[in-house]
Design a binder for this molecule. Structure first.
Ligand SMILES: [Zn+2]
Length: 521
């Protein structure tokens, strides 16, 4: 029995964001949020005005509460009728943050601090499409809560349902577009989070495909969903090998966003293991508990194509997700088995828990042959070795394409997500040599994240390719910074900025180019 998409549809659309010309002290909301660069705020006009309205209490509050305005420090105080808002949230942003970074902090904390508040107003440190966009995005992300499976009084209440960004002209077209775009990114990040947080008995390949289809069709995108039979017909034997031990069918999901104006074609591929028991090389219980998160790369891939479409980015974007469980049924694939991949290479199975690269290998090879993209990008919770190397807040980036690496690094900084470029050391390639087949599917455990990347490289041919191992930041046991506990949607925001960076390169001479896409500092 499997829940339908409608029954288990994640409620990621929860907040309405508007532009308001209210002065801060006149905003009739539950919570008014404002940034503070330094506890000496006499040069800050907005804070000085607010302080006056509050009766000149700010300096005392700062002192009493030890508030020094360092980044992400917050002070929430009841306004007691001195301004229209019920609460005032002072958010430390420090002296060094850019206006965009400061805005992101303020909006994030406004949403986060509003467990009991329903409405908020945000004082922007600077009014521009870039700050309005990032505020909209950060409000959605900061207000994220996964509560779908809680019932009755156990369901968390509250959380912001509306937020106003205080501006001088609420009819300004570029600001209105920025709200729309920021909302699109924030909602798509939250969608990816919901997909990851969905329990694996419901969020299996069938439901994942259903939701992907439903969301893509809402935006008028092309969607192709293939069942097991159709995947067999394609010859994706590595993908199918992983599925052998599962009672649930696999799904191949392909969403295409094809704008009228586009000079580049990027194909994203996501690992969609809705549950990874490890197969016959079974994981110990402690390592298995969070393995619903092994489809996070797929969730990110679905989220980012929907975001690209909602932002109408001038880049053709394909999203492919290979989705299956990795279980231990009687037909389960074995260490020592040999399968022929889609691109004809024979692969010797070593450790059945290294299943993600098998699914990806066939999906990448399929994309190379059928989509023929200018650039391939995959997202996968691929290796524990990656977390050993980089910790759990940073993803690894692998590529031979220096331009793409640079673009991705810049994009990740703009998105406030952490990446590190790792080497595709060909020295380690020989550890993938097999005695019986063309290639083994796992190599040396030293540099295990690198050898996984080298295995994938066997399937991309000459196509420019970026591999993102997001095993660390895709899912967290406890929240960290702006990343929530559980599914984080890591990679969606960065991918959007990366596509914008590509669009700058290719359509920079267009007259009607969207300025909000380029003004993020
Ligand atoms: Zn595994």
């Amino acid at each position: 029995m499997s829940a339908t998409a409608a029954e288990r549809k994640p409620p990621w659309r929860t907040m309405r964001i508007t532009l308001s010309t209210d002065a801060p002290k006149a905003a009739a909301v539950d919570l008014l949020a404002i940034g503070v660069r330094s506890k000496k705020f006499d040069k800050d006009e907005e804070l000085t005005r607010l302080d006056k309205a509050l009766g000149g209490v700010l300096a005392d509050w700062f002192k009493e509460e030890g508030f020094s305005a360092k980044p992400n420090q917050t002070l929430k105080v009841p306004a007691r009728g001195r301004v229209k808002a019920k609460w005032v949230l002072l958010v430390g942003v420090g002296r060094k943050a850019t206006e965009v970074e400061a805005t992101r902090m303020i909006a994030h904390h406004a949403a986060k601090a509003s467990a009991r508040q329903k409405s908020a107003a945000i004082v922007l440190p600077e009014i521009s499409p870039a700050t309005v966009r990032v505020a909209s995005e950060a409000l959605h992300q900061g207000g994220y809560r996964y509560k779908q499976y809680k019932t009755g009084s156990r369901k968390p209440k509250g959380g912001l349902s509306r937020a106003a960004l205080l501006v001088d002209d609420n009819k300004d077209k570029s600001l209105r577009k920025a709200v729309k775009d920021g909302t699109a990114i924030g909602e798509c990040v939250n969608l990816a989070r919901d997909l990851v947080n969905g329990p694996p008995n419901d969020m299996n390949p069938l439901l994942l495909a259903d939701i992907a289809k439903e969301e893509a069709e809402k935006l008028g995108l092309e969607v192709t969903i293939w069942d097991k039979k159709r995947i067999e017909k394609e010859g994706m034997n590595l993908f199918l090998a992983v599925n052998r031990g599962s009672a649930v069918e696999p799904r191949f999901i392909h969403i295409a966003y094809k704008p009228e104006k586009s000079h580049q074609k990027v194909c994203f591929v996501g690992k969609g293991l809705t549950f990874d028991a490890g197969g016959l090389c079974l994981k110990p219980p402690k390592s298995m508990i969070n393995m619903k998160c092994d489809m996070a790369g797929g969730a990110t891939t679905i989220g980012l194509v929907l975001a690209a479409a909602r932002l109408k980015l001038p880049v053709e974007v394909h999203a492919i997700v290979g989705s299956t469980e990795n279980m231990t049924g009687a037909e389960a694939y074995r260490p020592g088995d040999v399968f022929t991949s889609l691109n004809g290479k024979t692969v010797e199975i070593i450790n059945t828990d290294a299943e993600g690269r098998l699914v990806l290998a066939d999906c990448l090879a399929w994309a190379v042959e059928n989509v023929k993209p200018d650039l391939l990008v995959d997202h996968a919770t691929l290796t524990g070795a990656c977390m050993v190397a980089l910790g759990n807040y940073r993803a690894a980036l692998y590529t031979d394409d220096d331009d793409a690496a640079q673009g991705y690094q810049t994009a990740s900084e703009l998105a406030d997500e952490k990446l590190w470029r790792m080497p595709l050391d060909t020295d380690l390639r020989k550890t993938l040599d097999s005695f019986v087949a063309d290639v083994k599917h796992t190599g040396s455990s030293y540099g295990g994240s690198i050898t996984a990347a080298l295995f994938l490289k066997e399937f991309v041919g000459k196509t420019n390719w970026v591999h993102l191992d997001i095993a660390g930041p895709a899912f967290l046991d406890s929240s960290h910074g702006r990343l929530p506990k559980g599914g984080t949607g890591f990679g969606v925001s960065t991918a959007v900025r990366f596509l914008e960076y590509l669009a700058l390169d290719t359509v920079g001479d267009d007259d009607d180019e969207d300025e909000s896409a380029t003004s993020e500092g």
